[in-house]
Design a protein around this ligand. Structure first.
Ligand SMILES: [Zn+2]
Length: 142
């Protein structure tokens, strides 16, 4: 259930401190120690799972069930006008701690945080080919 070398497992076990904001039997939410914005919260399953792809459906369901009430509370406490929910999966996507977690990042108009800009597909055939590749992977189960 826990991994000895995992910083989030140590937080769950009480071996490392955290600024806890929400807790159930299965889920823990606490302040990110290096927040993108004040009020930036991490929501984690208490059981160790590497990332989104390793979450059993029931565990993922309980994690996601916490995002709305905790996210709304973060917005209320910070006076934020918006909120980003971000889950980084694998190092290439910016995952640093390899215990699944969702970032709740309160947003304010003009706060300077930017999402990357979108770029359209070259043409409709390129978009269709990509959709077909994803559909085929879904059908294979990966
Ligand atoms: Zn862990």
């Amino acid at each position: 259930m826990h991994q000895d070398d995992c910083v989030f497992c140590k937080i769950v076990k009480g071996e490392l401190p955290c600024a806890r904001v929400f807790e159930t039997d299965d889920v823990l939410a606490f302040l990110d120690i290096a927040p993108v914005a004040p009020g930036h919260v991490l929501v984690i399953p208490k059981a160790h799972h590497r990332n989104l792809f390793d979450l059993p459906e029931a565990v993922g369901g309980r994690l996601f069930a916490a995002l709305s009430p905790v996210g709304a509370a973060v917005m209320a406490a910070t006076g934020a006008a918006g909120l980003n929910v971000q889950i980084n999966n694998n190092a290439a996507a910016g995952q640093v701690v390899f215990h699944a977690h969702a970032h709740l990042i309160p947003r304010h108009e003009g706060d300077g945080l930017r999402l990357w800009s979108g770029r359209p597909y070259a043409d409709a055939a390129a978009a269709q080919a990509m959709a077909e590749a994803v559909r085929a992977a879904v059908a294979r189960g990966r």
